[in-house]
Design a protein around this ligand. Structure first.
Ligand code: GLN
Length: 181
C-alpha cells in the first residue's frame, strides 16, 4: 500500500518519518501526477488557510477531493482535520467530506498548546500533543464515531475511511494510530 502525504506545508516530514519507522512506503505529494498509485492519504498539521491556498495553486484540490469522495482512506491531523470537515466555524469548508463541524484554534494562543495522554478508541495511554488545535464542535452524522474527548471537547473521530485527529501523532513516539490507520 502506498501512502501519499500532502506535502505543501506543515508537518509532512514527521509523518513520513513515522511511516519509515513502520517500514511502510510513502510518497510526498506536491503535484497532481504524484497521486497516481496512491492507496491512502495523510493530510498533515500546519496552517489550514495556507494549505487551502496551495491546494488551489498546485491543482491538487480537485483530484484529492475526487479521491476522497470515492472513499480513499485518509488521516487528517490538526489542520488536516480542518481540511476534511464538512463545516468550519466562521469559514467555508475545504474538502467538506467528514460530517463534523470544527472550530479552529480552539485552544487559543500558541502558548495554549498542551500535551495529555488518554484513550483514543480502543487504544489506551495515547500521547496527544495539541498545537493551536481545532476541536469537533458538532458531529453531523450518526455514523461518526467519537474516539476521544479531552477537556470536554471531541478531538478524534472516525467516519467510514476517514480518521480525523485534532492532535499530532507524528510528534510522539507512539505509532499505534498509524497501525490502526
Ligand atoms: N491552527 C491551525 C489551523 O487553523 C492548525 C494547527 C495545527 O495544525 N497544528 O490551520
Amino acid at each position: 500500500m502506498m501512502t501519499g502525504i500532502l506535502a505543501l506545508q506543515g508537518a509532512f516530514a514527521e509523518h513520513a518519518a513515522c511511516l519509515a519507522r513502520l517500514g511502510e512506503p510513502c510518497r510526498l505529494i506536491r503535484k497532481p501526477e504524484e497521486l497516481h498509485g496512491v492507496d491512502r492519504l495523510i493530510l498533515p498539521g500546519g496552517e489550514s488557510t495556507a494549505q487551502r491556498k496551495l491546494l488551489e495553486t498546485t491543482g491538487l484540490f480537485s483530484p484529492i477531493r475526487e479521491l476522497l469522495r470515492e472513499g480513499m482512506p485518509v488521516m487528517g491531523t490538526c489542520a488536516g482535520l480542518i481540511l476534511l470537515a464538512q463545516e468550519v466555524a466562521g469559514a467555508p469548508p475545504c474538502f467538506g467530506i467528514l460530517p463534523v463541524e470544527v472550530q479552529r484554534n480552539a485552544y487559543g494562543r500558541q502558548l495554549g498548546s498542551f500535551f495529555v495522554q488518554g484513550q483514543v478508541g480502543e487504544l489506551t495511554d495515547v500521547p496527544m500533543r495539541f498545537i493551536r488545535a481545532p476541536y469537533v464542535a458538532r458531529v453531523l452524522s450518526e455514523e461518526v464515531e467519537v474516539l476521544n474527548v479531552t477537556e470536554g471537547r471531541i478531538t478524534a473521530v472516525r467516519w467510514r475511511n476517514c480518521l480525523g485527529l485534532a492532535f499530532h501523532p507524528e510528534l510522539t513516539e507512539d505509532l499505534r494510530l498509524y497501525q490502526c490507520f
